[in-house]
Write a protein that binds this ligand. Structure first.
Ligand SMILES: Nc1ncnc2c1ncn2[C@@H]1O[C@H](COP(=O)(O)OP(=O)(O)O)[C@@H](O)[C@H]1O
Ligand SMILES: N[C@@H](CCC(=O)OP(=O)(O)O)C(=O)O
Length: 375
């Protein structure tokens, strides 16, 4: 039995390929292997949240499809049947260990609204503190193409950040990140540790390995970028390996560990929301003198440093910040609306005596927070 101080809050993402049999159907045996291990982690005192795919896989045959459908409405209809089944199976399996599961279905729209985003955290905190195993999936049936996460990899990383997880574990049908797509290159080698997602790492990632997988390695890399920027150590391993989850939590499993030791950014919730969920509403172009403030994340701008305002945004909106050459420097939450900023600029051109006022602290065009690009 572990000491309570060593227990962790862990978010575990299980991909479709880890829950289905060769035929593409949901495999109860595979779910059982996952739930047995999660129950053991819970017995050890860890808090566990699952992000589970599998709704489409669990439903499509009932609709008469021979293979997993490809059109959005067909997948949504399949998920409508399958999601209930998936949760029913999880609930049954967890209750045999004395644990209860809960269902949380999320759309990107839920996360792009800061209040709803924060609300999810409060709910999940209660569930975890009360010993429940929350099971998150995208709300496939009601999402539109434009508003989809599409894969559960990035969703799991955003959830991990949202709930202050100590670790993110992504299980797939491959035992980690290889230096090349192992299907195309038999000599590809496993990377046991990644400390930074460089361009070279991004180039290693290929498409999904199976007909049921959606995101492939690319979306997993995107997910690890988010979790690492949020300060969450992460792991990628193969779901079929005995005790993989127990060993991943102990950090002894074979796979790829994405560590945060060298991560520059350790974004708080506000910054995580701005960086990964907000959806910018407009753009401002700033003069070169203000560039460093944004890049160094000091985040104070004067209206006189704003060279151009594009689009309509309100106070509190997130905007893209560009330099004079059009390079995006980051994202920032504005304390002024686009109309207010445009009015400042107009006054400035009309009345030179306003310059002193415009440059004073009274007219600080504050960005509540700014996130440099590349986070
Ligand atoms: N560099 C790489 N390292 C490891 N796997 C890779 C790489 N590039 C592409 N892949 C493929 O990504 C697949 C895992 O993604 P995916 O099929 O979407 O699984 P899941 O359903 O678990 O999300 C692997 O089976 C592998 O074939
Ligand atoms: N939300 C979808 C899963 C999306 C998906 O397939 O993701 P993944 O298998 O993790 O690449 C479902 O439950 O079927």
């Amino acid at each position: 039995m572990k000491l309570m101080t060593l227990t962790k809050r862990v978010v575990i993402k299980i991909g479709s390929s880890s829950l289905t049999s060769q035929s593409g159907d949901i495999s109860r045996r595979k779910l059982e292997k996952i739930t047995d291990q999660v129950a053991e982690l819970k017995d050890q005192g860890h808090e566990v949240l699952l992000v589970s795919s599998g709704a489409v896989a669990a439903g499509y045959r009932t609709l008469g499809f021979v293979n997993r459908p490809t059109s959005l409405p067909e997948k949504q209809a399949a998920a409508s049947v399958g999601q209930g089944r998936l949760i029913e199976t999880y609930s049954e399996l967890f209750s045999s260990h004395g644990y209860a599961a809960s269902q949380i279905l999320i759309t990107r729209g839920d996360f792009s609204d800061e209040k709803r985003y924060n609300n999810v955290r409060n709910t999940v905190n209660v569930l975890l503190e009360r010993g429940i195993v929350p099971i998150v999936n995208e709300n496939d049936t009601i999402t539109t193409d434009r508003l989809r996460f599409g894969d559960n990899d990035t969703l799991s990383a955003k959830v991990a950040g949202l709930v202050d997880s100590d670790q993110l574990i992504i299980l797939s049908d491959i035992d980690g990140l290889y230096d090349d797509d192992p299907r195309k290159n038999p000599n590809a080698e496993l990377l046991p540790k990644v400390t930074e997602i460089t361009d070279a790492i991004e180039d290693m990632a290929g498409e999904p390995g199976s007909a049921v997988g959606t995101g492939g390695m690319r979306s997993k890399i995107d997910a690890f970028k988010i979790s690492m920027a949020s300060g969450i150590p992460s792991f990628l391993g193969r779901s079929g390996v005995k005790n993989i989850l127990i060993d991943a939590v102990d950090e002894t499993a074979r796979g790829t560990y994405f560590s945060c030791e060298e991560t520059v950014h350790n974004l708080d919730h506000k910054r995580q929301w701005i960086a990964f969920n907000s959806g910018p509403e407009g753009e401002i172009t700033i003069i070169n003198e203000a560039r460093e403030a944004i890049v160094d994340n000091k985040a104070h701008l004067l209206p006189s440093q704003v060279y151009q305002v594009d689009g309509h945004f309100s106070k509190g909106s997130v905007v893209k910040i560009r330099d004079i050459n059009g390079t995006q420097l980051g994202l920032g939450m504005m304390n002024y609306s686009s109309e207010d900023l445009a009015a400042f600029q107009l006054k400035k051109t009309q009345d030179k005596s306003l310059d002193a006022v415009m440059n004073s602290e009274a007219f600080v065009c504050e960005l509540e927070v700014a996130i440099p690009v590349g986070v």
